[in-house]
Design a protein around this ligand. Structure first.
Ligand code: SAM
Length: 213
């Protein structure tokens, strides 16, 4: 349960104020903006899949970086209010019928897969980090199906004992794999983002050329 100090900090949170001012649905938009600008993650023509997109601020921010030939598909368990230039799909990413629907929507594959998915937290540290790691593991599995060679992934993970294995796996799949913590991530949160760029395909065996963390 957040305490008074937490509420006071939220009241003065510059990212929250900025999100209200700039009409973003959540302050999370600025986490994506920072990573996109620093790592040149999105291009004018990119085809982007945004997993766990509700309430929609990553879609809103991603759309700013895409031109008319770009494509943006957002997926969430929850309904999301329409966003111009984005196709929104409601469902569970672990559901194979939903996965097939995404494949039909973008048969040529994606340049970038974003995942800000977070499981419902239980407050039990190990259970929460494990469920988060399972979601990121699934995202890495789905790269084989959806991510174009050379493509990129940015996935949120609650850092726990499972994280080193996930990062090791990302380093075998991508030419560059790194842990990033955007400035807008709350100090008390355990979240980090796993960034992989230069997808080498599911059978990649080249040693990684960069490490992060
Ligand atoms: C932190 S929120 C995402 C915020 C979003 N990036 C934004 O900027 O508005 C995490 C979302 O992940 C979604 N989620 C969790 N598990 C999911 C799953 N299995 N399939 C689809 N969405 C999922 C939740 O419903 C929740 O809306």
């Amino acid at each position: 349960m957040p305490d008074r100090h937490w509420f006071r900090k939220r009241l003065h949170d510059p990212f929250l104020k900025k999100a209200h001012r700039e009409d973003f649905r959540s302050r999370a938009a600025y986490k994506l903006q920072e990573v996109v600008e620093k790592y040149k993650l999105l291009q004018w023509h990119s085809k982007v899949l945004d997993l766990g997109c509700a309430p929609g601020s990553w879609c809103q921010m991603a759309r700013r970086f895409l031109g008319p030939k770009g494509l943006l598909i957002g997926v969430d368990l929850l309904p999301v209010e329409a966003i111009e230039g984005a196709t929104l799909v409601q469902g569970d990413i672990t559901d194979s019928a939903l996965q097939a629907q995404i494949t039909r929507l973008c048969p040529g594959g994606f340049d970038v897969i974003l995942s800000d998915m977070a499981p419902n937290t239980t407050g039990i540290h190990h259970a929460d980090t494990q469920r988060s790691a399972e979601l990121v593991g699934l995202v890495l599995d789905l790269c084989a199906r959806w991510l174009k060679p050379g493509g990129a992934v940015l996935a949120k993970v609650f850092e726990g004992s499972e994280y080193p294995d996930l990062r090791r796996r990302a380093k075998t799949l991508f030419r560059f794999a790194k842990t990033v913590t955007p400035e807008a991530s709350l100090a008390r949160s355990r979240e980090v983002y796993l960034l992989g760029q230069g997808y080498q395909g599911p059978t990649a065996s080249r040693p990684p050329t960069s490490c992060g963390g």
